[in-house]
Design a binder for this molecule. Structure first.
Ligand code: PLP
Length: 399
């Protein structure tokens, strides 16, 4: 208890009054794709995490992580610019660069950190070299970390309508300043599971001489040839995370050698942060060994998601434009999404409700995510629980 707690309690009461209080729940891994409550022992099938390939509990990853820790230490001690980089980290960065069809890569401690520091680093280039502020044009649905990067850069992004590339073209055409034009988007959108048209983005950004940055957090490992994602070298910079299909934590930026050397000198999340643990990087190295051989798992996940979309559509439920392993079931109001998530949880499935500010008001949803460990029976069970739950919510509103 401190003398400031009263202030914090007042602030928290504001969230409670809006029904928007967030809190961490206790669950632990109870086997592949399963979560268990430590007190009640209740087991849920996990349809919420981003562990698309089920790699986070793969023993090969933990063994390689241990081996790297035994060789180099459990921590890395300092920023790489202070104590240098082990050769295997350099080699890992080369593997990551070629995964994305780029010349070079730099590893960051998280995707949030990479996005939040890459945008100001690019904006600084504009100010330093062109003498004019950067012009940032972003898809409205980019991740919070990219918005944070814009705020840290002191640049207010111009936003194009979600995946509306004609709108992007128009906004870029209206810019005549000397500043570097930077386009921010994602190849797979985290809350909608739809894809961006990379080829078109490439063509538009080339026409307007704009620098294209694509966040591939939700494509890497799970989509594209051998899980390489959707960009295939067709962007100026790619951010991808280890925290989702790769089953670990951390992230990387892949780009040209010159861009990466610029980041070495300007990306504050790279310069002023201790390098990720060798334990974490060893696990990433093992995940990269596994990716090319996981075509069956990727096809299984795609098949489950597609069958689930059909179940939802037959029941008249809205799954938006999902075309990936992420399938939103959009129900509209916050209280409906919360009630539905509770009913689904009682049926043994974790599919959390997503609400503003993560999605626009009125767009509340269950975000359903498919993993390689899921069975058809689990998918059918979840679909039935959602359809029944939606019926129960509707009946309650009528009654
Ligand atoms: C699109 C996108 N980018 C970046 C991040 C942040 O990645 P990390 O969890 O590694 O910080 C996320 C994670 O939620 C994401 O969905």
């Amino acid at each position: 208890m401190t003398r400031f707690d009263n202030l914090f309690q007042q602030g928290l009461a504001g969230f409670a009054a809006q029904g928007r209080m967030r809190a961490c729940k206790q669950w632990h891994a109870a086997g592949p794709g399963l979560l268990q409550h430590p007190d009640t022992g209740a087991v849920l099938v996990d349809f919420s995490s981003n562990d698309y390939l089920g790699l986070r509990t793969n023993p090969l990853l933990s063994a390689r992580g241990m081996a790297w820790a035994q060789a180099e230490g459990s921590g890395s001690g300092a920023s790489r610019l202070v104590t240098g980089t082990p050769p295997q980290t350099m080699a890992l960065e080369q593997r990551l660069a070629s995964l994305k069809g780029m010349e070079a890569a730099r590893i960051f401690s998280s995707g949030w950190q990479a996005n939040a520091s890459v945008v100001p680093a690019l904006a600084r280039l504009s100010a330093q070299v062109t003498g004019a502020p950067a012009i940032i044009v972003a898809d409205r649905f980019i991740h919070a970390s990219l918005y944070h990067g814009c705020a840290a850069a002191g640049v207010r992004p111009k936003r194009f309508r979600h995946n509306d590339l004609a709108h992007l073209d128009t906004l870029l055409g209206q810019e005549s300043g000397d500043g570097l034009k930077i386009v921010l988007t994602e190849s797979v959108f985290s809350m909608d599971g739809d894809r961006a048209d990379i080829e078109q983005l490439r063509a538009i950004t080339l026409r307007h001489n704009a620098f294209l940055c694509v966040d591939e957090a939700h494509a890497t490992g799970i989509l594209g040839t051998q899980g390489k994602g959707l960009v295939n070298g067709q962007a100026d910079l790619v951010v991808a995370t280890f925290s989702k299909a790769l089953g670990g934590m951390g992230a990387f930026v892949a780009a040209s050698e010159a861009v990466c050397r610029w980041l070495d000198n300007t990306a504050s999340g790279f310069i002023y942060s201790t390098a990720p643990s060798p334990m974490v990087l060893g696990a990433v190295d093992a995940a990269l060994d596994l990716l090319p051989g996981m075509a069956d798992q990727r096809a299984h996940v795609a098949g489950l998601a597609s069958a689930f979309r059909q179940r939802m559509a037959c029941a008249g439920l809205d799954v938006g434009l999902s075309a990936t392993q992420i399938v939103p079931v959009v129900v509209g109001a916050e209280h409906t999404a919360l009630a539905l998530a509770r009913l689904v949880e009682q049926a043994g499935f974790l599919a959390v409700a997503i609400r503003p500010p993560t999605v626009p008001p009125g767009g509340c949803r269950l975000r359903v995510v498919f993993h390689a460990h899921h069975t058809e029976a689990q998918m059918e069970g979840l679909a039935a629980a959602i359809i029944e739950g939606v019926g129960a919510c509707a009946a309650e509103m009528k009654g």
